[in-house]
Design a binder for this molecule. Structure first.
Ligand code: HEC
Ligand code: HEC
Ligand code: HEC
Ligand code: HEC
Ligand code: HEC
Ligand code: HEC
Ligand code: HEC
Length: 334
């Protein structure tokens, strides 16, 4: 339990810390983004971000001139730096939101504004063909998220409208990517407040349903939710057809074997890059600094790898436990 909470805290911290760095890591297109490059930046600031860009904003009573500080709910906060480093960095807030939002309090009808879907702008556009939006849209419409909620879970519910960057293309893989990909799912499946928007039933936190795995936390950091829960597809980089839970991968051998599905899904993007350089299996393993037991053809290396991983974890756990036990005592004595 302690470890699970700890890993969630670390996850949130790493998300916050890693964003600007990741934005720079990508190709040159990304380097040209930013507030300075957005021609609407000033309008965005005076119209919207003056309130939505801060945790504390100032409200003025236009009749009496009285000034008052208010808290912006974290759900309505749009962090400017993250917005201007997302794929939609060049937008005006009013490209997607209605003019009605220029008045405050925002009029009732603004609450019912219809928003664009990804496909409205990206569908059948050769500039974005590499992402295969049309195919993703079809997969999504077959997924439980669409069929069981009558479309309430839109693309935006997973892809943050203000901060989105395609992770699978920007990171070189590895643990950070997995954590951030899973965070997109845990936003709902780890938090029942947001679930309340979609489902009246009290939906439980999902992690306990995975306790059939020997070390849940470790597995959740090493595989993506979608690796077990989507139908695989070779033509899109990230499969979107989330299936009902009873069709999820549950066999250990699906991953812990020579031709594991992980090779087809989790490491698809990395494999594409490294296949030519080092040969498929070694390339994948070296590049991600992760080790899939049994993936390597040599039994000896497999065993040694497992042993080493085991020792490392054991050491880390003992170390953590010692820190937890020893720390309070020190404080008491001093
Ligand atoms: C004077 C401060 C202020 C300004 C300026 C402002 N907002 Fe808001 N906005 C708020 C507050 C406070 C809330 C949350 C309370 C509420 O929903 O009224 C909110 C809520 C929202 C919501 C959520 C509505 C919902 O259905 O829950 C959206 C979307 C929004 N604002 C967009 C904008 C946009 C776009 C602009 C610029 C055109 C803007 N706001 C300008 C203070 C402001
Ligand atoms: C690319 C389109 C797009 C742009 C640009 C955009 N928004 Fe949004 N925004 C959305 C969508 C879509 C939603 C509804 C998300 C949902 O359904 O969960 C939203 C929701 C919101 C909300 C409600 C809280 C939330 O996150 O759900 C606020 C507040 C908001 N936007 C403010 C802004 C401000 C301020 C800007 C400019 C800095 C802006 N938006 C720019 C698409 C956009
Ligand atoms: C209102 C139209 C609009 C909507 C809605 C929209 N986009 Fe975009 N998107 C754009 C534009 C325009 C760009 C190019 C921005 C730039 O760099 O100037 C872009 C850029 C992107 C890019 C980067 C493409 C590249 O190769 O550089 C990705 C990925 C992307 N959008 C994904 C999405 C996803 C996912 C959604 C839905 C969750 C979405 N978009 C919704 C208009 C939109
Ligand atoms: C249930 C959550 C969820 C929903 C709903 C969802 N996506 Fe995704 N999507 C993901 C995850 C997770 C990734 C992998 C992380 C990443 O690369 O950003 C992803 C990745 C993507 C990518 C990047 C793929 C690439 O080739 O780099 C695109 C484009 C995309 N989604 C479009 C969409 C569109 C369009 C919709 C709606 C029709 C949608 N998504 C709905 C979870 C979702
Ligand atoms: C916006 C909130 C939200 C997000 C984000 C989200 N889900 Fe869901 N998910 C739901 C809801 C609500 C249901 C329940 C639908 C129903 O059965 O009523 C559901 C159902 C499911 C189911 C089927 C459960 C069953 O009982 O059969 C699976 C599997 C699942 N989600 C996996 C994922 C994965 C994987 C991701 C990330 C890629 C994800 N979800 C992201 C809200 C969300
Ligand atoms: C190793 C494969 C695997 C991984 C990784 C995995 N799941 Fe599951 N998941 C399963 C299986 C198998 C079940 C069905 C368990 C059962 O029937 O009790 C399940 C059950 C579920 C359910 C249904 C829960 C319910 O109460 O009905 C949801 C939702 C879900 N998973 C979401 C997720 C999310 C979100 C992640 C990532 C954080 C994730 N899963 C990671 C295999 C996996
Ligand atoms: C979706 C793929 C997947 C499935 C299914 C899966 N594992 Fe794993 N497992 C992994 C990956 C990837 C690692 C590597 C973890 C790491 O590098 O930290 C791992 C690590 C392990 C480890 C190493 C020790 C540890 O805690 O890290 C053991 C033992 C293990 N799995 C046993 C199992 C068993 C038993 C099952 C079936 C009940 C299972 N796994 C199902 C992917 C999977």
């Amino acid at each position: 339990m302690i470890l699970r909470n700890l890993s969630l805290v670390l996850l949130v911290l790493s998300l916050k810390a890693s964003l600007p760095a990741m934005a720079q890591e990508g190709d040159t297109v990304i380097a040209t983004r930013g507030k300075e490059m957005n021609i609407y930046a000033e309008d965005n600031e005076t119209n919207c971000l003056v309130c939505h860009g801060k945790l504390v904003y100032t409200l003025t009573d236009t009749l009496t001139g009285t000034v008052r500080k208010q808290l912006m709910s974290e759900h309505n906060l749009v962090v400017p730096d993250l917005f201007y480093s997302s794929v939609h960095w060049s937008f005006s807030c009013l490209d997607c939101h209605s003019e009605g939002f220029k008045t405050f309090p925002h009029p009732l009808e603004t609450r019912f504004e219809t928003t664009w879907g990804c496909i409205d702008c990206h569908g059948y556009d050769p500039n974005y063909a590499q992402y295969r939006f049309e195919e993703i849209d079809q997969e999504y419409q077959r997924s439980v998220h669409y069929t069981a909620t009558e479309g309430l879970i839109t693309c935006w519910k997973c892809h943050d409208p203000h901060y989105y960057n395609p992770l699978a293309r920007q990171t070189t893989g590895g643990r950070e990517y997995i954590l951030r990909s899973n965070e997109m799912c845990l936003r709902c499946h780890g938090n029942s407040d947001i679930m309340g928007l979609i489902n009246d039933e009290n939906v439980s936190i999902v992690l306990p349903r995975h306790e059939w795995l020997p070390d849940v936390d470790r597995h959740m950091e090493a595989v993506r939710c979608i690796d077990c829960h989507t139908r695989m597809n070779d033509s899109v980089l990230v499969a979107h057809e989330v299936m009902p839970a009873d069709s999820a991968v549950s066999g250990c051998a699906d991953c812990h074997s020579k031709n594991s599905i992980l090779m087809g899904t989790l490491y698809k993007y990395a494999a594409r890059e490294s296949r030519d350089e080092k040969g498929f299996i070694n390339g994948v393993i070296l590049r991600n600094e992760s080790y899939v037991i049994g993936a390597n053809r040599s039994k000896f290396i497999s065993f040694t790898g497992l042993f080493l991983i085991g020792m490392t974890i054991a050491f880390a756990m003992v170390h953590t436990i010692f820190r937890i036990i020893i720390k309070p005592k020190e404080e008491v004595h001093e």
